[in-house]
Ligand binder design. Structure first.
Ligand code: FDA
Length: 580
């Protein structure tokens, strides 16, 4: 078609991946059009756990306060109760999402941002409003039908679903953020590995005031061993808090082999009542939807001028809450690169690093979520329950847990072990915070990175080794605390140096002039732009007072030099990582 519209980047999809990419590109001054085949943002809460790295993206966008105001805070998320129902016998509890005092410190040390519970139907408007108010053109009711790419750009055919009219959009690049049934992935023929359809779940969104059952043990999810909850899907009955304490999602499994269940409103109310364990509680059903558990990731996420992000390239169970978080971080990796290439400040090869850096993350998170999900059946096995226990078998198993006999002791120990094993599904702090990049946009030091001292899936590892995320520390300026994070980002490169770093000012000015890429220099230490009042920066920076860290716009360490002797190499380091 002849193009009726032109833009630098066309984004297909306005979910967490597309909306965050649009907000980022618009903030970087890149023109973009977002198309979404639906009339509006997500109409159900869907994803909700918003981890520290995703909150950092929102912070960099200036949206953290808005997001935190709409979210349920971490302190109300941590009591995960395992029971027969909300009103029923409690078997035990886990302290999740880093609310255990030991892990709370780990959480607070890893980022200036706090994890929170932000339902997708509240997150998406924040992102898409920011995108639109910063210049992105947002087109709802507009579906991508087809696209072709050539040496200079991409021509897409879209359909206006209101009028039925089709028209063309010409762009330099296209981002397929079109979710789990991605047309963009299909058209590109990008390879996906793994399994789709690993069990079905029913999500029932409802209103019910459950304050009296939860406010003394606040958590964002409550887990119920019940007959009928199904070994498929999540394999366990779940009540998920959407808004404390009167909006909820009931999650119930079903056997996909028997087809999609058709639930009436009465069926939905009955399930809600079973999960609550009290059928006198007034329940108002909002919606019922069906979703499948998938374990799939793409082994390639781009072709030419087209990139895929979000569920298009990684689909997995909700354990660990990685879906929308990873989708947002995909865009955070890609968008600054697009901005630099579009401005002619970087060579197009820089875009290839999106593949090298994000494909391993997709693989890791899909495997993590799958492994976590596979721990749920262990709860049933610990009680010697079959895959789909009937009510009688379930009641007998529950009674057996309370028996004052040696067999009872054995059952209690086995159940407790199985329950604690599931904690990794809510406490994989390292998976969330340690994403480590290896690509041509990270300048390898030659020497191998020393191994992390603790399990990298579980614990955050603060390091300034190139490819790592800038560690979090608090600095001060004018007696006020400032997060190191805030010295960097906003689409630009930052060079961090210490009190004896004068040589870096000159080196940065020169490199910026030669390459036409601004590099802001920030000095840290006594007598500098920022003070290292707590000594935390000095302890973690890994370079001398006259050394420097080069931080990418996405807060990843691109390069570092131990002393000012490295200053002469800044220009070539920068031109190398920009593929110039
Ligand atoms: P997402 O699917 O959110 O967005 C895709 C976008 O592309 C939509 O805006 C859609 O309209 C658009 N689109 C698709 N094709 C198009 C076309 N041809 N033209 C134009 N637009 C097109 N996760 C979790 O952690 N906890 C949970 O409880 C749940 N629950 C849940 C329930 C249900 C019912 C679903 C479907 C998913 C979940 N998830 C979840 C997963 C989570 O919602 C998911 O990981 C993120 O939404 C992924 O964000 P994306 O932006 O990649 O895709």
């Amino acid at each position: 078609p002849s193009a009726a519209a032109e833009t630098e980047v066309l984004i297909v999809g306005a979910g967490p991946a597309g909306a965050s990419a649009a907000a980022l590109l618009a903030s970087y001054g890149v023109s973009c059009i977002v198309v979404n085949k639906y009339p509006g943002v997500s109409n159900t809460p869907r994803a909700h756990i918003t981890n520290q790295r995703a909150m950092e993206v929102l912070r960099d966008l200036g949206l953290e306060d808005k997001a935190a105001a709409a979210a349920t805070p971490q302190r109300l998320m941590g009591e995960h109760v395992y029971a027969t129902s909300l009103a029923g016998r409690e078997f035990g509890r886990l302290r999740t999402w880093y609310t255990h005092p030991h892990f709370q410190a780990e959480h607070d040390l890893a980022s200036p941002c706090s994890l929170c519970d932000l339902p997708q139907d509240l997150l998406e408007p924040i992102l898409i409003n920011a995108a639109a108010s910063r210049g992105a053109s947002v087109r709802f009711n507009t579906e991508l039908v087809d696209f072709v790419q050539d040496a200079d750009g991409v021509t897409a055919l879209v359909a206006d679903k209101v009028t039925g009219a089709e028209y063309g959009i010409r762009s330099k690049y296209l981002i397929g953020a079109d979710g789990g049934n991605s047309l963009v992935m299909e058209k590109l023929g990008l390879p996906l590995v793994g399994e789709m359809g690993g069990g079905g779940s029913v999500n029932i969104v409802f209103e019910a005031d459950l304050t009296r059952l939860v406010e003394h043990r606040p958590g964002d999810m409550y887990w119920f061993l019940q007959s009928g909850a199904g070994h498929d899907g999540l394999g366990i009955g779940v009540l998920r808090m959407v808004r404390p304490w009167d909006r909820w999602i009931g999650v119930w499994g079903y056997d996909e082999a028997e087809g999609r269940p058709e639930l009436t409103e009465d069926d939905a109310v009955a399930i809600a009542h079973r999960l609550i364990g009290d059928d006198t509680v007034p329940v108002k059903i909002e919606s019922v939807s069906i979703w499948s558990i998938n374990h799939v990731y793409a082994t390639d996420n781009m072709k030419g001028r087209v990139f895929c992000a979000g569920d298009a390239v990684h689909r997995h169970p909700p354990m660990n809450g990685l879906g929308s978080n990873t989708s947002i971080q995909d865009g955070y990796n890609l968008c600054w690169k697009l901005a630099l290439v579009l401005r002619g400040q970087a060579g197009p090869e820089l875009l290839e690093t999106y593949r090298a850096e994000r494909v391993p993350v997709a693989e890791q998170i899909v495997k993590r979520a799958g492994t976590s999900n596979a721990l749920i059946p262990g709860l049933f096995q610990a009680l010697d329950l079959p895959a789909a226990p009937d009510e009688h078998t379930m009641a007998r198993a529950v009674a057996g847990l309370e028996e004052a006999t040696p067999e009872g002791t054995g059952r209690r120990r086995a159940f407790e072990k199985a329950m604690h094993a599931t904690l990794i599904g809510f406490n994989a702090h390292g998976v969330e915070t340690n994403q480590r990049y290896r690509s041509s946009a990270i300048l390898d030091e030659g020497a191998a990175e020393p191994p992390a001292p603790r399990d990298e899936e579980v614990y955050h590892h603060a390091s300034t080794h190139p490819g790592r995320h800038l560690p979090h520390v608090w600095l001060t300026r004018d007696q006020r605390r400032v997060a190191l994070f805030d010295l960097c980002g906003k689409g630009g490169f930052t060079l961090l140096t210490g009190p004896r770093g004068a040589a870096w000012q000159e080196a940065a000015a020169k490199a910026a002039a030669v390459l036409g890429v601004p590099v802001r220099v920030r000095t840290i230490g006594l007598g500098c732009d920022y003070e290292d009042s707590y000594g935390d920066y000095g302890a973690v920076c890994g370079v001398e007072e006259d050394g420097a860290l080069l931080v990418r716009p996405d807060h990843m360490i691109a390069w570092r030099a131990a002393t000012s002797a490295g200053a002469a190499g800044l220009g070539s380091a920068l031109s190398g990582l920009l593929s110039r």
